[in-house]
Write a protein of this length. Sequence first.
Length: 265
Amino acid sequence: MQHILENNVKIHSTAIVHPNARIAEGVEVGPYAVIGEHVRIGRDTKICSHVLIEGWTTIGERNHIFPFSSIGTAPQDIGYRNEETYLIIGDDNVIRECATVHRATTKEDRKTVIGNKNFLMAYSHVAHDCRLGNNIIMANSVALGGHIVIGDHAILGGIVAVHQFARIGPYAIIGGQSAVTLDIPPYVSAAGNRAQLYGLNLVGLKRKGFSEQAISTLKKAYKIIFRSGLTQDEAIKKTLMNIPDSPEVNVLIEFIRTSKRGITR
């Protein structure tokens, strides 16, 4: 049995929704779901049965959260003392069964952020203070440690584990069962325990509409940076001398220059 409230909101009679939660037009809340006091849910979002959403969590529009997911719970951090920290989820995301997404600690800006049009498959985990861009795919049982940054259109295969504070660049792909301890640059393919680079993500780049010229230029940059035997600084200098006007190469070089953990080779 469903209760139909104002603005076409449908809340099942067995769901528990705090009266202070903000539920927008067109939202559906399934059986035995639990929604906490500080939660905000955007229009046309569907919350399936047995979903828990708590903490200071804001969810955008047209998201679909599947059964037994746990969203906005406290971070797994021994220093956390129930401070007001946040989880912000954008629009058009799919979060599949038994996924877990934690709100932030107080160690950065108190925000865990997930962008738009991401696909988090079953049993995936997004830890505190992570920042995910848009159009990311995380396959089953991907585990992200805290403070991880993932760029747009990245793909993580099943059972991938990513170390705290690591970054994954846009359009990168990581093979299943990989252990990622260092930063994964943009546009590349990586796999293994510990992860290593295996060239560019050529299939992904073509599917995303990168031109032949852009891909050819990235190939030249990849060879200089990762296969020339030069030091990182020497390779970057040579790349900029040989390929001065490529937006894609500039993104790659800026990512490498700003790495704190070091770059996967």
